[in-house]
Design a protein around this ligand. Structure first.
Ligand code: BES
Ligand code: ZN
Ligand code: ZN
Length: 485
């Protein structure tokens, strides 16, 4: 999708036009006849969010009604959702260009709508012989936004698109090695430092977890470290982002039964999310020092695959009893977290991982199951920006009783506990490796990949969490400022 900023005059506009119509307006610039206006008003009384479409053959005029007196976050989310409906209508009408203006609307609302339009327009077309119709050009009214304001937004949105492509691509076309190569290339383009550790180097680092999970695979593992260090960052110690990069999760020897394996190409969404956040922050020169740690491998039941009862010695020396080879994400993440903490002295570690089916059962597909250890302030900020961008956190408890559930008879800890509280014990396992460093765990299993279209998320990879973490990084300096007295 190409974006443009331009002058739009609704009354004699040539082309498809979206007119955002807030509640506090005087109907000055609506390009409607008296009769049409009356009709519009009756629609609005019944259903404040309706989209009324007028045919202006060969074009369409979409009047998007919205309640601008709502809470700002709610209002913007509704506009993103309305945008998804407009995308459907444009696609059905095979239209490829549209312009955007409105009245009784503020720039943030126009941005929310444009964002929804971009996100909803995405479909995964890579393997389709006949490509679906997409919006090729969006022109936004210059009275709401300048080109300089638009540019960083488009960069962020494009990083979300890239994340979705990576996650949607099956392992047959994207394994640990090729994903690492793509990250390296992207890093070079964005001015980000990138180190890729291959199998030999991972072995000599003694990352026992990543090595163990990779044992059943014919594809080599990779460990990717991306570093973006702007001059004069607001943080003196880096922010560490760790992402689960299981290129495919068969479950390993504890193989996933019947249709539980489907969609497990998305098990590297955490890694794709964290890489995309870092690239967006770097491309837009946000003043925050960020390092991303991405352990990559698939989880397969090959001949020498790791097995239940194995004991693994992890990067930091912790020994782990394997109880179930399908709880593999925490094993590779633990090495990455320990590596981050041991070598970079980060002020905060955040991980994103499609870690547990239990997270999906607990809260469904409407938010992130989140936990924190020693990171209350950062967590609160993350929660607030999450509400704002509508990528929300549900905090799970991290009581010390849960630590007991992962103690092992034969090793220091084990990789799963009892059938209850599976999302929390997974988080606790990871928190062990963060030690005293402030730590936030984001279980994105419910939101990373949608089996069917959900609002402005196409079926498949969502990129959920990128806008959240980007907004967090944008407001990151708040954390380093002393509180007002
Ligand atoms: N990748 C899965 C978790 C998952 C499940 C993500 C469904 C998205 C949708 C993870 O590696 C896994 O298999 N977890 C097990 C853990 C169990 C063996 C303790 C699970 O959740 O069943
Ligand atoms: Zn698994
Ligand atoms: Zn997994």
């Amino acid at each position: 999708m190409k974006f443009e900023i331009g002058q739009i005059n609704p009354k004699d506009h040539e082309g498809n036009l979206v007119f955002l119509y807030g509640t506090v307006v005087a109907d000055r610039s609506l390009p409607l006849s008296k009769k049409e206006l009356d009709y519009l008003k009756t629609c609005r009384v019944d259903e404040p969010d309706t989209i009324v479409v007028f045919d202006r053959l060969p074009y369409k005029l979409f009047i998007v009604n919205f309640d601008s007196e709502l809470d700002a976050d709610q209002c913007q989310e509704r506009l993103r959702r309305s945008a998804a409906k407009v995308v459907d209508m444009l696609r059905n009408a095979k239209q490829t260009q549209v312009s955007l203006t409105g009245e009784g609307v503020i720039p943030e609302e126009v941005v929310a709508f444009a964002e929804g339009l971009f996100l909803a327009d995405y479909t995964f077309d890579r393997y389709k012989s006949e490509k679906p119709v997409h919006i090729e050009q969006l022109t936004i009214d210059q009275s709401f936004l300048s080109p300089d304001e638009l540019k960083p937004l488009v960069t962020l949105w494009d990083c979300i698109r890239q994340c979705r492509e990576w996650v949607n691509t099956p392992v047959s076309d994207l394994n640990a090695e090729s994903f690492a190569a793509q990250l390296q290339q992207r890093a070079a383009e964005t001015g980000v430092d990138c180190t890729v550790f291959d199998k030999k180097q991972i072995e000599s680092l003694r990352m026992g977890g990543l090595v163990a999970v990779n044992k059943g695979s014919v594809d080599e593992p990779r460990f990717v470290v991306l570093e973006y260090n702007p001059g004069q960052a607001v943080n003196s110690k880096p922010l560490a982002l760790v992402g689960k990069g299981i290129m495919y999760d068969t479950g390993g020897l504890n193989i996933k039964p019947d249709n539980y394996m489907q969609e497990m190409k998305s098990d590297m969404a955490g890694a794709a999310t964290m890489a995309s956040v870092l690239f967006a922050a770097a491309a837009n020169r946000l003043p925050v020092h960020i390092v991303a740690f991405l352990p990559l491998t698939d989880n397969r039941p090959g001949f020498n695959a790791y097995a239940a009862d194995d004991v693994i010695r992890m990067y930091d020396g912790t020994t782990v009893e394997v109880v179930n080879t399908d709880a593999e994400g925490r094993i590779i993440l633990a090495d990455a977290i320990a590596y981050a903490v041991g070598n970079y002295d980060p002020e905060l570690v955040i991980d994103a991982a499609t870690l547990t089916g239990a997270a999906v059962r607990a809260i469904g597909t409407y938010g992130i199951a989140a936990m924190q250890q020693n990171a209350e302030n950062a967590f609160n900020l993350l929660r607030i920006v999450g509400k704002k961008v509508y990528e929300r956190l549900a905090e799970f408890p991290f009581w010390s009783e849960y630590d007991e559930l992962i103690k092992s008879e034969v090793a220091d800890i084990k990789n799963c506990g009892i059938p209850q509280a599976g999302t929390i014990t997974a988080g606790k396992f990871l928190a062990h490796f963060a030690r005293k460093t402030p730590y936030i765990h984001l279980d994105i299993a419910g939101v990373a990949y949608f089996t069917k279209k959900q609002e402005y998320f196409a079926c498949g990879a969502s990129g959920y969490g990128i806008r959240l973490l980007y907004a967090f990084i944008q407001t990151y300096d708040l954390l380093n400022k002393p509180a007002d007295k």
